[in-house]
Design a binder for this molecule. Structure first.
Ligand code: PBG
Length: 326
C-alpha cells in the first residue's frame, strides 16, 4: 500500500463535491457597507485612495441604500464630515448634525436597512483626535460624556445600533447607561473592542478628514504587538454591556479574531479597513493580482478566522459577485 487510506483529493474532484463539504460561506447578509456623508446637495465624489468608494450628500443616500438592499446587504455604517469643527467635537451630537440628518433620511426612505453609526469625535474635532484635549492629552473621562451624548443623539435620530470607535476606557458602559436612562435600552452596542493603532487607516483619514493635527493615536488605540491585551479589552466591553465585539483591522489581525471567537460567545465583527481595501485595489489596477478573486479569498479568510460580520468597502462588489455566481 503506497498511500494511506484517506485521499483528500477524492472530495476535491469537482465543484459539486467541493461545495458539498465547504466549511465556510460568505453571504451578503453578513456584510456591512460604510458610507461617508458630506454636506451639500447632489454631490458624489470618489475617494482617490479608495477607488469605487464615494462620499455622498444626504439627498443621494436613498439610492445608495436601495442598492445595498437589492444586493442583500442589510446594514450600513455611517461616517460624517461636518461643515464645522471645534475643539470639543460638538458637531458630533448636534440635533441637526450631518449624521443625525442622514439617519433620519435613511430611516424614512429605507426603514428595513440597519443604520449603524460610528461613535467617535475625530471627524468633528479641529485637532483630529478621538476625544477632547486637556493639557495636550486626550482626556479620557471628559470625553466619555460627549461620546454618550453623541450616541444618544444617534439613537434619538433613529439609529438601529451604535458603534463606539474612540477607544476611551469605559465608554461602552457610559453609553449603555445613557441609552438606558433615556429609554433606548433596546438599542445594541457594537463595540470596536479591539482596535489597533494601525497604519492601515491611512485612506480613511483622508476620506473622513480626520488626520490628527499633532501626535498620533497610540495613547488610546492598541499596540499592534499585543494579543493578550485584546482579551482584556474585550472582557471589559462585555462587562460594560457590549452586544457585538469588533476587531479592527481584519487581515493583519486574523489571529485576534480567532482568539476572540474561541473566548467569547457574542457575535464577532471584523472591520476590513481602508488600507486593506486600497492595497487590493492598487495591485489589481496594476494587473498584478486578480482583484475579484483576492477580494473573495480575503473576505472568506476573515469569516474562517471566526468573524460573523464583516464591515467592508467591498460589500457591494462582493454581494454582486455572490449574486452572479449563484
Ligand atoms: C474613527 C474611525 C477610524 C476608522 C473607523 N472609525 C479612523 C481612526 O481610528 O483613525 C478607520 C476605518 C478605515 O480605515 O477604514 N476613529
Amino acid at each position: 500500500m503506497l498511500f494511506p487510506d484517506y485521499r483528500p483529493r477524492r472530495l476535491r474532484k469537482n465543484e459539486a463535491f467541493r461545495s458539498l463539504i465547504r466549511e465556510t460561506r460568505l453571504s451578503p447578509s453578513q456584510l456591512i457597507y460604510p458610507l461617508f456623508i458630506i454636506p451639500g446637495k447632489n454631490k458624489r465624489e470618489e475617494i482617490t485612495s479608495m477607488p469605487g468608494v464615494h462620499r455622498v450628500t444626504v439627498d443621494l443616500l436613498e439610492k445608495e441604500a436601495e442598492e445595498c438592499l437589492k444586493l442583500g446587504i442589510n446594514g450600513v455604517i455611517l461616517f460624517g464630515l461636518p461643515d464645522k469643527k471645534d475643539g470639543m467635537g460638538s458637531g458630533a451630537h448636534k440635533k441637526d448634525g450631518i449624521i443625525q440628518t442622514a439617519i433620519k433620511e435613511l430611516k424614512k426612505n429605507t426603514p428595513d436597512l440597519l443604520v449603524i453609526t460610528d461613535v467617535c469625535l475625530c471627524e468633528y474635532t479641529d485637532h483630529g483626535h478621538c476625544g477632547c484635549i486637556i493639557n495636550r492629552e486626550v482626556d479620557n473621562d471628559a470625553t466619555l460624556e460627549i461620546l454618550a451624548k453623541t450616541a444618544l443623539s444617534h439613537a434619538q435620530a433613529g439609529a438601529d445600533m451604535v458603534a463606539p470607535s474612540d477607544m476611551m476606557d469605559g465608554r461602552v458602559g457610559e453609553i449603555r447607561m445613557t441609552l438606558d436612562e433615556n429609554s433606548f435600552d433596546h438599542i445594541p452596542i457594537m463595540s470596536y473592542a479591539v482596535k489597533y493603532a494601525s497604519s492601515f487607516y491611512g485612506p480613511f483619514r483622508e476620506a473622513a478628514d480626520c488626520v490628527p493635527q499633532f501626535g498620533d493615536r497610540r495613547s488610546y488605540q492598541m499596540d499592534p504587538a499585543n494579543s493578550r491585551e485584546a482579551l482584556r479589552e474585550a472582557t471589559l466591553d462585555v462587562e460594560e454591556g457590549a452586544d457585538i465585539l469588533m476587531v479592527k483591522p481584519a487581515v493583519a489581525y486574523l489571529d485576534i479574531i480567532s482568539k476572540l471567537r474561541d473566548e467569547f460567545d457574542l457575535p464577532i465583527a471584523a472591520y476590513h479597513v481602508s488600507g486593506e481595501y486600497a492595497m487590493i485595489k492598487a495591485a489589481a489596477e496594476k494587473g498584478w493580482i486578480d482583484g475579484e478573486r483576492v477580494m473573495a479569498e480575503t473576505l472568506l479568510s476573515i469569516r474562517r478566522a471566526g468573524a460573523d460580520i464583516i464591515i467592508t468597502y467591498f460589500a457591494k462588489e462582493m454581494a454582486k459577485l455572490l449574486k452572479n455566481s449563484r
